[in-house]
Design a protein around this ligand. Structure first.
Ligand code: UPG
Length: 461
């Protein structure tokens, strides 16, 4: 009998692609074939990430890599569009990908070499893919890469309308805070998941898109989430049908440097030269954060600490003259390293990292805490604010910036918070403990590990 063949469909953005790369590696190690759908510009990065995941494991051999096949699709955005613009991605992929996905599945099923597709794992925000699977007689499951808290808000839309927190179009009825249950974090109507930008027409489209996700959820009972009961007991109680399988990450000692790009390797080589627990790591995930004045203040704050720092900055910024003028002596010297992309999980597990300045993307938060690295929160939109509340108020493993009246966080504030954070041993200790507890969930008999085993069993049935 041929092995199960799983088609994996992530939203094409790092925070959605990465956890599914790691999950795909697990499926392959459990004897399955994976067809991974990827936007064309991600092809090379995903290819090397998969190779590193699979070969990095001590108990795996090179041949397994051939069990994953990438199928690239154009993202449907125009040449001028930002590849990380979530609302545009939701809308363009849901319009242009269904027909292409169906064609890919037909091609796989028509070829003798690969074995027919037996199941699908679709990102919740690619929920339309389950309708394609359903039409083609393929069993499906939903995967959510972020917090259960985020989902709890999406699932509570009818209640929020009834309770007059939002109107029928998702618009807040006045600014207010609310709790979805007495043990849940308090949320602000400013940070609803569909408030991804200031354009009201787009907000409404994204709200309708989220509201309609319920259709996809009805097509499966497997709602997988990249969280764990150690991290989000209250949200998981509120959503008893959600299956926690997180944190989806690989411990560093197992991962391999051999597949890194030159830039990635240069980050680790540079870290190898730094003193233990000295380096500030700064990265904002897929977010393109390029506001000049704020960039200048962040650079100033980092320089004022006189500590070494590794900062991920979009390549377009590194090459622009305006920004390079901030550093008259050049972007890189022995105390600073500025790169376009870093191998984040390896960086965070490096013993020289002292703290992480993050935009509070869920994967960044979980990767930081699982490596025991205290966090300095700089949320920009939507659910990143929920993650910030977890970090600073619930888990107490990090701090958050105060912005000034003009919305800019000053260099002085950045320096002060960084100094407070790195000198706080209690916080570091709490972070290590929470990280250890959370990692146990995906090991041995941990809850997430058991859930993954049950899911794999279902895929094999
Ligand atoms: O230089 C870098 C920067 C990031 N990463 C990786 O990219 C991923 C980034 O994920 P995340 O921190 O979740 O950020 P985004 O890509 O910005 O994620 C989007 O998707 C997440 C999951 O839904 C949401 O939580 C975020 O708010 C949303 O911005 C992580 O695995 C990082 O390890 C790298 O490897 N190198």
């Amino acid at each position: 009998m041929s092995s199960p063949h799983i088609i994996v469909v992530p939203l094409p953005i790092a925070g959605h692609v990465n956890p599914l790369v790691q999950f795909s590696a697990k499926l392959v190690k459990n004897g399955m074939r994976v067809s991974f759908i990827v936007a064309d510009y991600y092809y090379n990065r995903v290819m090397s990430a998969i190779a590193a995941e699979i070969q990095g494991e001590e108990d795996c051999h090179v041949g397994l890599q051939s069990q994953v096949k990438l199928h690239s699709i154009p993202d449907g955005l125009g040449p001028e569009d930002d590849k990380n613009d979530m609302p545009k991605l939701f809308l363009s992929t849901s319009a242009s990908w269904p027909a292409m996905l169906e064609k890919i599945i037909q091609e796989i099923n028509g070829s003798d070499r690969e074995g027919k597709v037996t199941a699908m794992i679709a990102d919740l925000h690619m929920g339309w893919a389950l309708e394609v699977a359903d039409k083609m007689g393929i069993k499906g499951s939903i995967f959510w890469p972020s917090s259960a808290a985020f989902l709890a808000v999406e699932f509570s839309i009818p209640n929020l309308i009834d309770q007059k927190v939002i109107d029928n179009d998702g618009v807040p009825i006045g600014r207010q805070t609310f709790q979805l249950s007495p043990s849940m974090i308090r949320m602000d109507t400013e940070h609803l998941p569909w408030n991804l930008n200031n354009d009201l027409v787009t907000r409404k489209k994204v709200f309708d898109f989220f509201f309609n996700i319920g259709r996809a959820l009805k097509l499966t009972n497997w709602w997988l989430c990249n969280t764990s009961s150690e991290l989000e007991p209250a949200a998981l109680t509120l959503l008893p049908n959600l299956v926690p399988i997180g944190p989806l990450m690989t411990p560093y000692k197992k991962a391999s440097r051999q597949h890194l790009s030159e830039e990635g390797l240069s980050c680790l080589n540079w870290l190898d030269q730094q003193p233990a627990r000295s380096v500030i790591y700064v990265a904002f995930g897929s977010l393109t954060f390029v506001e000049y004045k704020q960039f200048q203040e962040l650079a100033l704050g980092l320089e004022l600490t006189r500590k070494p720092y590794l900062w991920v900055v979009p390549s377009s910024v590194i090459t622009s003259t305006k920004f390079s003028n901030i550093y008259p002596d050049g972007f890189n010297n022995s105390l600073r390293k500025i790169v376009g992309w870093a191998p984040q999980q390896m960086v965070l597990s490096h013993p020289t990292i002292a703290c992480f300045v993050t935009h509070c993307g869920w994967n960044s938060i979980v990767e930081g805490l699982c490596n025991g690295v205290p966090l300095l929160c700089w949320p920009f939109v939507a659910e990143q604010f929920y993650a910030k509340t977890y970090v600073s108020d619930v888990w107490k493993i990090g701090l958050a910036f105060e912005s000034c009246e003009n919305g800019i966080v000053s260099g002085g504030e950045i320096k002060n918070k960084l100094e407070q954070l790195v000198s706080n041993e209690d916080m570091r200790e709490r972070c290590s403990k929470l990280g250890e507890m959370t990692m146990k969930s995906i090991q041995g008999d941990g809850q997430s590990s058991n859930n993954i085993s049950k899911f794999i069993q279902w895929l094999k049935e």
